[in-house]
Structure formats: C-alpha cells, structure tokens
Design a protein around this ligand. Structure first.
Ligand SMILES: Nc1ncnc2c1ncn2[C@@H]1O[C@H](COP(=O)(O)OP(=O)(O)O)[C@@H](O)[C@H]1O
Ligand SMILES: [Mg+2]
Length: 392
C-alpha cells in the first residue's frame, strides 16, 4: 500500500485510535479541570507507565482539553540536561504573559510577574556544578517556598480572572529528586489553597517512588496508569487507522499483531506501519503480509526504540541489564539480580540507581527493578518478533 499515506506513521493524525483505552483518564482530568474552576480542591495528576505506552500523546490530549474548556495551557518537555525548576519558572512566565496579553493592567498578574523577576535572579553561584553533589540539584528549601509562592500567585491571578491553568510536564523521571520535591511542595500548597492551577506530569516511575516513599503524600495526588492496552482497545488501535483509509485487517493477522505487541501502543503502531507497507495496494492486510513485514518491524523498533536508549548504558550497566534479561520475566528483586551477578546488593546498588536515573529501568516497588522499556529482555536476547520459521 502507499507508504506515503501510511496511517500508522507518527503524526498521521489518527487522534481517536491514539487515545484508545484512555477515555477514563481523559474524563477524570476534564472533571478535575471543571472542579478547579469552581474553587474545589483538586489533585495534580501523574501519568505513569513504561516507555511507549502513550504518556506523551495523553498529555497532549490533556492540553487540548484544557484549552477547550477555556483554561490556559503550557507544556514542559524535560531533558536530561534541563533543570526542572528553571523550566517551571519559564512555563509560569509564559502562562502569565499569555494571560496578561488578554487582561491588560491586571494587578494580580503584574504582581506575579514581578515576583517571577526576583525569582530568576540570585543563586547562580550555587548552581555551579562543583558545588552541587552529583545527582542532586542545588536548590534548597527556600527555592521550594519561592516556587510555591509563585504557583499560588499564578493561581490567585487565575481565580481573580475566573480562569485556570494546566501545566503538562513530560519525562518527569529525568528530574533530580530535590527538584521533584520542590515541585511537589508547590503543588501541595496550590491544592490546599483550592486554586484553579494543576499539573499533569508523565513519568516512568511508581507512585511510591514519585512521592518519595511517603504514603500520606501519595494521597495528595492522582495517578493514571498507561499500561498495555486491553485486547479490544489494541484491536481498535490497529483497525481504525486502516479503516479510515478504507482498508481492513484479516482476523488472523489482527489477532497475531495484537499478540506480538503485548498491547503496547508503540509496538502496535510499529507493527501496523510495516504490515501496511507489506500489503498490496488497496487490499486488506493479511496474515502473510504481517509475517512478511515482521523483519522490518523488528528493525524499526530496534533502531528507533531500543538501541538509541540502550547506548546510554555503560559497560557495567549493560551487564546488569543482561542479567535482568536472563532472569526475566521482570520485575525482579534487586537482590536476585545482584546474586546473579555474583555481587552483594549494596555493591551493585550504584549501577541500579544510575540505570534508573538514565531512564532505562525503574523501581515498580521497593526493592524491585524493571525495564523502563517493555520487551527490553527480548531485545537483549535477540528474540523479538522472530518469524515462526526462525524460532528454535
Ligand atoms: N492509546 C493509544 N492507542 C493507540 N496508539 C497509541 C495510544 N497511545 C499512544 N499511541 C501511539 O504509541 C506510540 C507511543 O506513544 P507515546 O505517547 O510516545 O508513548 P510514551 O510517551 O509513553 O513513550 C505513538 O506512536 C502513539 O501515537
Ligand atoms: Mg513520551
């Protein structure tokens, strides 16, 4: 079929299937936004799931929902090198400027913008890398208080103008612990003050890890999991983009593709994409097309999903990952991985921690470890999507 019109290409614009199975999440967020405008206490939300499970597209949908409801929306895409606090201050500035453009001369907006100026000036000496211990960020409790005050001022400005704001943050797991604490404190204060400002942030992490292991704090936030899609939703994710182009899937092909994908959104897209390319123009996608396309699908996910992330691992980290792959299925007890490596748990803990910092692993529970990427074990063992004939 026409590869240029491949409906499974990233950005092909198939909005509904991309949100297959996420209706409940969207509805919950829409309700929170409405409640926040009514001055009720609302919780910020963390979207948690492994890589390729649809966190980013869900955040984009949340942003769209906020705008649709007349709220302001800003987005932060966190990178390894970017500081969370700086990014937050910049995003609050953008929100305030957008509000100011429509409400000239507003006192609360002016006040918040002034506060913001004082915020971004000092502290540069404390940011120098030699003063900051490795893996931590240099900000202390006063920055947390400052950010909380700024967040509240933003909320007050919104309330006085009968509007609200949603800030979406992607890849939050890349933020150092102390920056994350700073953010959590600000959000807790904003929520206690019943202000119409919310954050929805995506991360590969467990609720407990995000909340710093504090159960009481965990209750102050909402958590939305993006696991693998249920079978019916996974089928929709494959059939709907093709149907929009007048193409159908043969039942056997559909079943096999859903099974191979494990329900993971990214893999469904990749399998759909290559099966489409393998099918003759204008026909339905058959089981034979799918089998023929597996090698290409495998190469595509290896290149675009796995290897670019796997190269972040040092030699010691790679050994750890391989030990995990040998012991799979995951999650595993960290102690078991250490044992397999013939080392004490405390000796390999730094490797484990740096794998988490590099977003290659995460801790689903205390003392446990899992891959941040689904099927990473199959990738490492070279056994992902082997055609039936190549299986041993
Ligand atoms: N609910 C869904 N249904 C179908 N496809 C989806 C869904 N969520 C995401 N996708 C597709 O899966 C891929 C990965 O989604 P993405 O949001 O980037 O995942 P993550 O941010 O968790 O890594 C994208 O190509 C996206 O279009
Ligand atoms: Mg993402």
């Amino acid at each position: 079929m026409d590869p240029w019109r491949n409906p499974y290409s990233p950005g092909a614009g198939c909005r509904p299937p991309h949100l297959a199975g996420r209706q409940a999440h969207c509805e919950a967020l829409a309700r929170s936004l409405e409640r926040s405008l009514l001055g009720r206490e609302v919780k910020s939300q963390f979207v948690l799931g492994q890589e390729g499970t649809g966190k980013t597209v869900l955040l984009a949908e949340y942003g769209r929902l906020a705008l649709e409801k007349g709220l302001y929306h800003e987005h932060i895409d966190l990178r390894e090198e970017s500081g969370l606090v700086e990014a937050l201050v910049a995003a609050v500035r953008r929100l305030l400027l957008a509000m100011a453009a429509r409400r000239r001369g507003s006192e609360p907006i002016k006040r918040a913008l002034e506060h913001l100026q004082s915020f971004s000036q000092p502290r540069s000496p404390r940011r120098s890398p030699e003063l900051a211990p490795a893996g931590s960020s240099p900000e202390g409790p006063e920055v947390a208080n400052d950010l909380a005050a700024l967040w509240i001022e933003l909320g007050e400005a919104c309330r006085q103008h009968a509007t609200g704001a949603l800030l979406t943050i992607d890849e939050l797991h890349l933020a150092p612990r102390r920056s994350l604490e700073t953010l959590l404190v600000a959000l807790e204060e904003g929520s206690r003050a019943r202000l119409p400002v919310m954050v929805a942030a995506a991360a590969v992490a467990s609720p407990a890890a995000l909340a710093g292991g504090r159960a009481r704090r965990q209750e102050r936030f909402d958590f939305a999991a993006t696991g693998p899609l249920e079978s019916a939703e996974a089928r929709r994710a494959l059939t709907e983009p093709a149907a929009a182009a007048g193409v159908s899937w043969e039942e056997a092909a559909l079943e096999r593709a859903v099974e191979l994908s494990g329900g993971f959104a990214y893999f469904l897209q990749a399998l759909g994409h290559e099966a489409w390319n393998a099918a003759p123009a204008g026909t339905r996608i058959s089981g034979i097309d799918l089998e023929e396309s597996l090698a290409a699908a495998r190469a595509a996910v290896e290149d675009h999903f796995f290897s670019k992330r796997a190269t972040r691992a040092s030699a010691a980290e790679e050994l750890y990952l391989r030990a995990m792959a040998e012991l799979a299925p995951t999650p595993l007890r960290s102690v078991a991985v250490a044992q397999a490596l013939g080392r004490r748990a405390t000796a390999v803990a730094p490797v484990r921690d740096s794998l988490i910092r590099k977003a290659l692993c995460y801790a689903p529970r205390w003392g446990e470890i899992d891959f941040a990427l689904p099927f990473f074990d199959l990738y490492l063992r070279g056994s992902l999507w082997l055609p039936e004939t190549e299986k041993i």
